[in-house]
Design a protein around this ligand. Sequence first.
Ligand code: SF4
Length: 340
Amino acid sequence: MYRDGQNQNSKNVPILQVKGLKKYFPIYGGIFLRQQGVVHAVDGISFDVRKGETLGLVGESGCGKTTLGRCIMGLYSLTDGSVTLNGEKVVTAKGGRVGQALKLSRLKMQMIFQDPFESLNSRHTVGEILEEKYIIYNHLGITKYKANERKKEVLKLLDRVGLSSDVIRRFPHEFSGGQRQRIGIARAITLEPQVLICDEPVSALDVSVQSQILNLILNLQKEMGLTCLFISHDLGVVRHLSDRIAVMYLGEIVELAEAQALYNQPLHPYTEALISAIPVPNPQFKKTRIILKGEVPSPINPPKGCRFHTRCRYVMDICRCESPHLKPSANSHFVACHRY
Ligand code: SF4
């Protein structure tokens, strides 16, 4: 599924590559605050995002989606693996962000955060928030925006996200959730990035404004030729935005496919269950919902073998001892399951 105005060939060029990314958080406890375990938040994830496409990343809360987005941005140090942008390594396990690549990658890759209030500095006006990046990159010697040029750029950004110029002197608490998210989006598209990581950008908003924000992101993506990694727990939302979708479970990707193929023919039992839970706005249409039994296992001590085996209705003996790898099953359809 390719949206209007996008070149199908350009979609095959990977712009963002994630290789073997792991992020473990240590747990400290006891009188001497010794390390007592680790949370396996993200456990060996690899994928490419092609130029101009939207890759949806879905999964239940706590499966590691947001941690993965933050690791890609370099906001968390990596336990293992690397992130490559335009063929250049920008985040690695040992060096965090790599020298100059660190500074430049922030120009090319930006993030829209889930909570539009927490992600904006409440002591700064909208004008100051949006001007900050120009000032930082001037200091780094990468851009040379004079004060009046910065003001003009900020006004252009506000116009692009549908806010009037008079908001420039107001503070974040003076806005509604939807307007705050527009400010967050304006900040993310400052200095024309190539890649946007959208971390559940509408989950904290009223249903009535969710579609406005999603349309804004879609329009900006078309206008600016942006590549998006769209993180959400809502498969319904991701379906309408994404070219391909990756499904995450307990820190691992269990299925990756073109959006249409994933919806029409989900292969992994977890994806099957997620899709069966999407409500259909037609009372005549009867759908069988697959109810997953049991709780999501703890990422501190994930189950051996297939991590989904404690809830899978097709579980086999091999699933309890051998971990399935993400393998191609059909055209660009990858699945991590012993049934395929
Ligand atoms: Fe279910 Fe086994 Fe496939 Fe895991 S590997 S999803 S337990 S069938």
